[in-house]
Design a protein around this ligand. Structure first.
Ligand SMILES: Nc1ncnc2c1ncn2[C@@H]1O[C@H](COP(=O)(O)OP(=O)(O)O)[C@@H](O)[C@H]1O
Ligand SMILES: [Mg+2]
Length: 229
């Protein structure tokens, strides 16, 4: 069991009323995945190389309006201690120079999206997978621990974090889904340029096109560049 600090119990209902956008909330998870990668780049590069030529950091986001948002990554994963620390809202992260310094963080973003969410994670080199479930309503009603499950005997070489959010507070429709993809494309363009990130949004790769001419030609629909020769 992971104990929940009292301030989280007090605040958890307020999280879902914070001003936020779907793309900013979703980016919180991608930030965490990419931060985990940059924090452990050397070990992960070696792990990816052992897994196959084209393996790299991959973050895959699945969304179904019938109640599931799932963000899965093959970054470093978390040990029990790291997962426990991750569940503590006001604790400062160890690396304050990283991404999400001013962001809402995993818990707040997850609560903003839905009322029941699960984190499954396994750290590279460890043999135990951890799962923790947060049920916002139960916590708001005073439940002071989070159900935690351990799965022992997992391969040491596995490494992942999967966040699944259910019981959604809001539904994202067509236009919003398009904007989420656009936002992700722009937000992680540096990582696409440097080739470190493979980001999948609902099964499709998110990319960034640096050439502004291409955008113009696409907008004009004639397939030709309107700008530079
Ligand atoms: N996908 C992930 N992979 C590895 N570690 C993660 C992941 N998501 C969250 N964490 C851990 O949980 C901590 C808390 O995350 P978060 O609430 O977003 O706050 P912050 O990113 O500001 O530290 C992170 O600092 C990190 O240690
Ligand atoms: Mg974060």
């Amino acid at each position: 069991m992971i104990a929940i600090p009292p301030f989280l119990i007090r605040d958890i209902n307020a999280f879902r009323r914070l001003p936020c956008t779907p793309w900013h909330a979703i980016a919180e998870f991608v930030d965490n995945s990419t931060q985990s990668y940059f924090d452990h780049e050397k070990e992960l590069k070696a792990a990816y190389a052992a897994e196959g030529d084209s393996t790299k950091l991959t973050v895959s986001i699945a969304y179904d309006k019938d109640d599931i948002l799932r963000i899965a990554d093959n970054a470093m994963g978390m040990s029990y201690d790291e997962l426990e620390r991750a569940m503590h809202v006001a604790m400062p992260p160890r690396n304050t120079k990283g991404r999400s310094k001013y962001g809402m963080g995993l818990k707040t973003a997850a609560c903003w999206i839905g009322d029941v969410w699960t984190v499954r994670t396994k750290k590279l080199g460890e043999t135990v997978e951890h799962q923790v479930t947060v049920d916002v309503k139960k916590i708001a009603d005073g439940s002071a621990t989070l159900p935690h499950k351990e799965i022992k005997g997992r391969p040491a070489k596995d490494h992942f974090t999967i966040v699944e959010i259910r019981k959604h507070n809001r539904v994202f429709h067509g236009r919003t889904l398009g904007r989420i993809k656009q936002f992700l494309s722009s937000m992680y363009r540096q990582d696409f340029r440097s080739g470190v990130l493979n980001l999948l949004w609902r099964g499709e790769p998110v990319t960034w096109e640096d050439d502004p001419d291409r955008f113009l030609s696409d907008a004009a629909g004639n397939g030709r560049s309107l700008g530079r020769v």
